[in-house]
Design a protein around this ligand. Structure first.
Ligand code: NDP
Length: 329
């Protein structure tokens, strides 16, 4: 009898009605790939919430095991870079969207998609960072490449109490930035200042229709919200500043004007984690190892088991999750 492992499977019927179930799979059920990994930890990201609830068309292969990131140990490999026993991390590359993903005891993937688990980090730690944290680091690196260093002025982080926001605040404050955290949950103010935010503002200040140019408040931004929030963040960015945009928690639209770009030389920096080239990933994970205060990781993450994934998926799309959720498999 082949060994079985638990997996979450999303399916849809002839009327395209989506359902989700916990099932048992064997390695023979997994999709093509040259490395098989024992998944030791994973996370529930906003995108995983969308995949499981069906609130947005994240899943593009049916049925599918969702879960866009994992950390684990290589069980077998036909790839030159990986051997049995290697500790690895995976983020993105369509895993959990078009390729069977992390919400299963095992995953079979293309070895080119894997990066080594950073030195000194456990699978659990890496997933406390997860795709959200790795994306936050990509945003910080984008700002740095644009010359937005701490001396240039404050940096605003929107969707502050979420996963990307929480890690962005921790990293930016460790690097010496003055961080302005924008949140819709005033009850999380203490959590945000403990992570390193110097100021906490209400998301309402950035939510309404804004002016093309408003009072200059920050040199940079990490925006996870999009829509009017991003438009307002841009309108309040100082001359020559830059905003790294990675999310759409508030909407996919961008009702902005070109005024900040053409009158203040502000730059909008797009950040994508899914197809980011390997060199950038390796650099981001190296920086996570060096620039993220590991003590803060424990403060910003909650741990659940495999059986809690589906509920957590609903909670994250309802905006009820604080920081990061780690799933110990
Ligand atoms: P979370 O759900 O953990 O955080 C999102 C936060 O946004 C919430 O905690 C909340 O913060 C705020 N928010 C939620 N709804 C609204 C709303 N309607 N208006 C304004 N603010 C809102 O998600 P993640 O941090 O994991 O992801 C954040 C975004 O980044 C998502 O859109 C996700 O899809 C995207 N993302 C993109 C990646 C990429 O490669 N580009 C990779 C990873 C994530 P608060 O309560 O503090 O206001």
């Amino acid at each position: 009898m082949p060994e079985t492992f638990k997996a979450i499977l999303v399916s849809r019927d002839a009327d395209k009605k989506q359902s989700v179930a916990v099932t048992d799979l064997t390695e023979a059920d997994l999709m093509e790939g040259d490395v098989t990994v024992a998944v030791e930890a994973t996370t529930v990201n906003y995108k995983d919430g969308l995949a499981i609830t069906g609130k947005a068309p994240v899943v593009r292969h049916w049925p599918l095991v969702p879960g866009i990131d994992f950390a684990g140990t290589v069980l077998s490999s036909d790839h030159p870079d990986w051997r049995k026993g290697d500790k690895v991390v995976l983020n993105g590359w369509g895993v959990g969207e078009t390729h069977y993903g992390a919400f299963a005891g095992r995953a079979r993937v293309n070895g080119n998609w894997l990066v080594p688990l950073p030195e000194g980090m456990s699978a659990h730690d890496a997933m406390a960072v997860g795709t959200a944290g790795y994306t936050a680091m990509l945003c910080v690196m984008a700002l740095e490449r644009h010359g937005i260093v701490p001396d240039r002025g404050p940096v605003v982080v929107t969707g502050a109490a979420g996963g990307v926001g929480s890690v962005a605040i921790s990293v930016l404050s460790s690097l010496g930035y003055h961080v302005v955290a924008s949140t819709g949950r005033s009850s999380e103010s203490r959590y945000l200042t403990d992570l390193g935010a110097s100021e906490v503002i209400s998301r309402d200040e950035l939510a309404g229709p804004g002016k093309p140019l408003a009072k200059e408040r920050w040199a940079g931004g990490v925006d996870t919200v999009g829509s009017t929030t991003l438009a307002n963040v841009l309108s309040m960015t100082t001359y020559g500043g830059a905003v790294a945009a990675c999310g759409l928690a508030g909407g996919m639209d961008l009702p902005a004007t070109v005024a900040p770009f053409i009158l203040r030389g502000v730059s909008l920096l797009g950040v994508d984690s899914v197809m980011a080239p390997k060199q950038l990933r390796l650099e981001a994970w190296r920086r996570i190892g060096s620039d993220l205060d590991h003590a803060k990781l424990a403060a910003l993450s909650t741990t659940i088991g495999f059986d809690g994934i589906i509920q957590a998926a609903h909670d994250i799309v309802d905006g009820k999750v604080r920081g990061r959720i780690v799933v110990d498999m």
